[in-house]
Design a protein around this ligand. Structure first.
Ligand SMILES: *Cc1c(COP(=O)(O)O)cnc(C)c1O
Length: 409
């Protein structure tokens, strides 16, 4: 008699986005003439750049001739792409061997799967609020106790509270943990850890033989040259950190699908030999995954070319100008806004002590703007609201105009 994996029953209902859509649909039905502005999407909207399109076309053309055709490729990804990534990391001030990269179909799958190479009874720490895959993948793997609805927490997990007081970047846990998920620049808060803050986590991890899983999907959105774009800028990180990154937000590959992870050979845990963790990630990937699309990998190579990088950074600049417009408009209107300077997310404090959902309703009813309630990312997100800078400029401007002329605060 087959049975389901009971851990799926433990998952707190993934009701955030369906509930948003339900409320938007109800509003639209009552107000058919209202034009709804969306500032909630965590999805890219602008076209791929010409250099990247040329790279993708080259990937297709190669499949058209027997001389250049390829089937399954190298298990860790095309060597040319891993070499280009290694040069890219050199430019960020981190020396990573091409052999330490694993090319994948995106950062979300890697962020969800990486836990599988660690012990079942690992104690895990998460930022609160957080991108949901870190918590959910560990619930499914059976590392949590039950979900506690009043608190919005799973027992057995360590939550690192991100608040106004700590600038939304927590200190390392006070107790001993085994795995720590960090996302910087952060989705949803838009906060970025500085070198000192990252060094504190690296020092903690080395002291306790813990592993940091660092999601750097928004690294290219950092404007401030003093902020670290990779955890491997921090001395000693190669002994204790794994980095996950993606071309999704970097180059608009959300639908193309291409990412990478770095598991250094120097990374060891309590009971592992040199390079054993690295080998197990390779083993995991070769067992469950058959490599990223060769077409997408030619596109990735084009992103990392001189012209590709220039164009993709210009595209990021476009989104960051959107972020500036949203931040400036909302602050002028009297709202307290965090983030948006080195990340495409703005973390708005709900005015007048409103809850995240109360503010959602007010923004929808009065300004016809849709965002994402912060409480949907964890209990410490309560009282906050995420706005996204992804969108076409005219739509962004219309949304900001609507907020500043219609929202009463
Ligand atoms: C969008 C996003 C990713 C990217 O995921 P892909 O699977 O590469 O598209 C990863 N982490 C965070 C925090 C994100 O917001």
């Amino acid at each position: 008699m087959a049975r389901v994996n009971p851990n799926y029953r433990k998952l707190s209902a993934g009701y955030l986005f369906p509930e948003i859509e339900r409320r938007v649909a109800a509003f639209q039905e009552e107000n058919p003439a209202a034009k709804i502005h969306r500032l909630g999407i965590g999805n890219t909207t602008e076209a791929l750049t010409p250099a990247v399109i040329a790279g993708l076309k080259d990937g297709v053309e190669r499949l058209a001739a027997v001389e250049t055709y390829s089937g399954y490729g190298d298990e860790q990804g095309q060597l040319e792409l891993r070499r280009a990534l290694s040069r890219y990391y050199d430019s960020l001030g981190a020396a990573i061997d091409p052999d330490e990269f694993f090319i994948s179909d995106g950062a979300k799958p890697d962020a969800g799967n990486i836990q599988s190479i660690f012990s079942d009874n690992s104690i895990i720490a998460f930022q609160d609020p957080a991108y949901p895959v870190y918590v959910d993948s560990n619930v499914i793997a059976g590392r949590s106790g039950p979900y506690d609805p009043p608190q919005g927490l799973y027992s057995g997990f360590i939550y690192m509270r991100c608040s106004e007081e700590n600038g939304f970047i927590p200190a390392p846990p006070s107790e001993k943990v085994d795995l720590i998920y960090l996302c910087s620049p952060n989705n949803p808060t838009g906060a970025v850890a500085n070198r000192r803050q990252l060094r504190a986590f690296v020092d903690y991890a080395r002291k306790h033989r813990a592993v940091i899983i660092f999601d750097a999907a928004y690294a290219e959105f950092i404007n401030d040259p003093a902020l670290p774009r990779t955890i491997f800028e921090i001395e000693g990180a190669a002994e204790c950190a794994i980095e996950i990154n993606s071309f999704s937000k970097f180059a608009g590959f959300t639908g193309v699908r291409l990412g990478w992870s770095i598991v250094p050979k120097a990374l060891t845990v309590e009971d592992s030999e040199h390079a054993e963790v690295h080998r197990y990630w390779l083993r995991r990937q070769t067992t469950f995954f058959n490599g990223a699309s060769n077409i997408a990998q030619r596109g990735g190579l084009a992103v990392l070319s001189v012209e590709g990088l220039r164009q993709c950074r210009e595209l990021i600049g476009y989104y960051m100008e959107n972020a500036r417009i949203i931040g400036e408009g909302l602050r002028k209107h009297g709202l307290t806004v965090y983030g948006g300077e080195n990340a495409p997310y703005l973390w708005v404090k709900a005015p007048g002590g409103l809850s995240s959902w109360e503010f959602f309703d007010r923004l929808l009813q009065e300004a016809h703007v849709v965002g994402t309630p912060g409480s949907g990312f964890g209990p410490s997100g309560e009282g906050y609201f995420r706005l996204s800078a992804f969108g076409h400029r005219p739509d962004i401007e219309a949304a900001v105009e609507s907020i500043t002329t219609r929202l009463e605060i």
